[in-house]
Design a protein around this ligand. Structure first.
Ligand code: SER
Length: 580
């Protein structure tokens, strides 16, 4: 049976059994507590808690869907027989409609009758301090003739919540044999009986102040990866041998290692779907996930021609069902990112070459300065990164995200501006790029003025718009044309050196000892960011306390030009300058 037929059978089966078929929601969820849609139940969250009325919205208490889903947790396992980043999840859902008996019977009938597949075994919840052992489900399975019923714990058979809080509950899972003869989990049948006011991590750790509260109604939420079901049904050993993947895999060079082919196929397909749902490569959020996928495969040899072929095959498989897969747009986004990454990869490789061992902190800096994702760093220097783990890298990343989030809330305050730090103002992405360049130029200018005029020069103010930077500083007389020219030349020399521009975060007292310049005398928090232009903080040409944003490399500045010098008041001078 072809995958298209299986998808259709699933939905038809549940519609026949009183469910309303609901279209997949976007991979970018409306729930702000989750980055990407990871499960079919996400679009139905309000119906479990009673905030939404399923009968009003869907004409029934039960629904079914084939949901576009994405899991970053599996990213390192992609390339084995069954893990994927993007996948389609088949699911049936009930909000105060049927309960355990019907949910299990429906699943049993679909697998054993509609699909004519034997069930190897099932798992049920063994119980915990708060939730009893699920004898009821075990009993139902046995009545249906499934005798191998195994008990498992919270880690495996208690689902949810997604995001920072939500519905959750015990599950029962169905295992079938793939073409390799191995038992594979294919279907997760969740009984959403509780609401938990914390994350899944809180739940597993038994966090203080958080508790499981019974939901007002019994909820059913099932999820079955379409690719795995197809793998089992088509009797093949891996998801990549199903008709959802073979047209993609055959476009790849035959001499690539199998695992690389599978990573290319998975990531290629995932990139298409993410871009289709409006995600664009960025250094945070869903955009960061996309960038990681792109850069990971580019680092392993994916080029624009190969990507075009993978994309064409992907659109061939999914284009009718998912018209949001616009081949031209997706290719354009990939090609842009490809060009950007080529430039920075060369610089990053140089920097990597200079390191003996790559710590998590160093790896994160490489990411920040050159856009090298974790996977690319690992692939470019396997020996030096032997002890680098994803968990440690992610920790560095999260530290940084928390800091920039705190800053961003202040910045994105409305007024039609996308950036307004007080110092920098930009109304569009284009303007943002320009003011970011001018911002870095301003740092270099201050240091250059100190080089030429001495330490009397200290910042007294700065204002950056898309046209120019306006920099005020203490100095007792007019600056001569010759001195201005010298300062300008120094800045341009630093641009040509293409210094990395990056930052470290440190306690205020320590930061003051680094010799970094700072402008406000009292206003700094306990920890500050020190932005520096150079390969290390010690050897940096310019260091300043600053919240960013900055370019990652000074070559991005272009040509620096001083436009004007004048007096603002007694002892304060003003320079206007720009970059071209
Ligand atoms: N929410 C459960 C899962 O994602 C069942 O759909 O596995």
């Amino acid at each position: 049976m072809k995958a298209d037929e299986i998808r259709k059978r699933f939905l038809d089966f549940f519609v026949k059994n009183g469910h309303t078929a609901v279209a997949s929601s976007s991979l970018v969820p409306t729930d702000p507590s989750v980055l990407l849609t990871t499960a079919g139940m996400q679009q139905f969250k309000p119906y479990y808690t009673g905030e939404g009325d399923a009968v009003r919205d869907f004409g029934a208490k039960s629904t079914a869907s084939c949901q576009k889903s994405f899991r970053t947790s599996d990213i390192d396992e992609v390339g084995d027989e069954r893990h994927l980043t993007f996948f389609e999840m088949l699911g049936n859902f009930s909000f105060g409609g049927y309960e355990k008996r019907e949910a299990i019977t429906l699943a049993f009938n679909f697998i054993t009758k509609e699909m004519a597949l034997p069930i190897s075994y099932v798992t049920v919840f063994e119980g915990s301090a708060a939730v009893p052992r699920d004898e009821e489900s075990a009993g139902i399975w046995k009545e249906l003739g499934v005798t191998d019923v195994r008990y498992e714990g919270m880690e495996d058979v208690f689902w949810g919540p997604t995001g920072s809080s939500g519905p959750c509950g015990p599950t029962t899972e169905i295992y079938c044999k793939s073409g390799s003869g191995e038992d594979t989990e294919i279907w997760n049948v969740v009984f959403n009986q509780f609401f938990y006011n914390g994350s899944r991590e809180d739940l597993l750790a038994g966090a203080a102040g958080k508790e499981l509260k019974p939901l007002p109604q019994f909820g059913v939420d099932t999820g079955m990866g379409l690719e795995r079901l197809v793998m089992v049904s088509q009797g093949v050993k891996t998801v990549f041998e199903t008709d959802l993947f073979t047209p993609i895999v055959v476009t790849l060079p035959a001499d690539l290692p199998e695992r690389t082919k599978y990573v290319f196929a998975d990531h290629g397909r995932a990139i298409a779907f993410l871009v289709g749902d409006g995600v664009r490569p960025m250094n945070k959020g869903a955009g960061y996930v996309l960038r990681r996928l792109m850069r990971r495969i580019i680092a392993q040899g994916m080029d624009t021609a190969l990507f075009a072929a993978v994309l064409k095959a992907t659109v061939g498989i999914y284009g009718v069902l998912y018209p949001e897969l616009d081949e031209a747009i997706i290719l354009g986004v990939f090609n842009d990112e490809y060009a950007k990454f080529q430039k920075t990869m060369t610089l990053g490789a140089k920097e990597l070459g200079r390191m003996d061992v790559v710590t998590a902190e160093a790896a994160f800096k490489l990411f920040e300065s050159y856009g090298l994702p974790y996977e690319a760093i690992k692939e470019m220097a396997p020996q030096k990164t032997a002890s680098l783990t994803r968990a440690d890298f992610d920790k560095e990343f999260e530290k940084h995200q928390a800091v920039s989030r705190a800053g961003a809330e202040k910045k994105f305050g409305g007024h039609g501006l996308i950036l307004d730090t007080g110092e920098l103002k930009a109304g569009s992405e284009e303007e943002l790029k320009k003011v970011t360049r001018l911002h870095t130029a301003t740092h270099l200018l201050q240091q250059a003025l100190r080089d030429v005029l001495g330490a009397e020069v200290e910042q007294r103010g700065s204002d950056i718009t898309v046209e120019r930077t306006r920099f005020d500083f203490s100095f007792s007389r007019k600056v001569t044309a010759e001195e201005l020219k010298k300062a300008e030349d120094i800045v341009n020399a630093k641009v040509r050196e293409d210094l990395p521009m990056t930052f470290v975060e440190m306690p205020l007292t320590e930061a003051k000892k680094t010799g970094a310049l700072y402008y406000f005398k009292e206003k700094y928090p306990d920890t500050v960011k020190v932005y520096y232009a150079g390969t290390s903080l010690e050897s940096a040409y310019s260091k300043e306390f600053c919240g960013g944003p900055h370019v990652t490399h000074t070559a991005a500045l272009g040509t620096f030009k001083i436009l004007k010098e004048e007096a603002v008041s007694q002892g304060i001078r003003r320079i206007r300058a720009t970059v071209e």
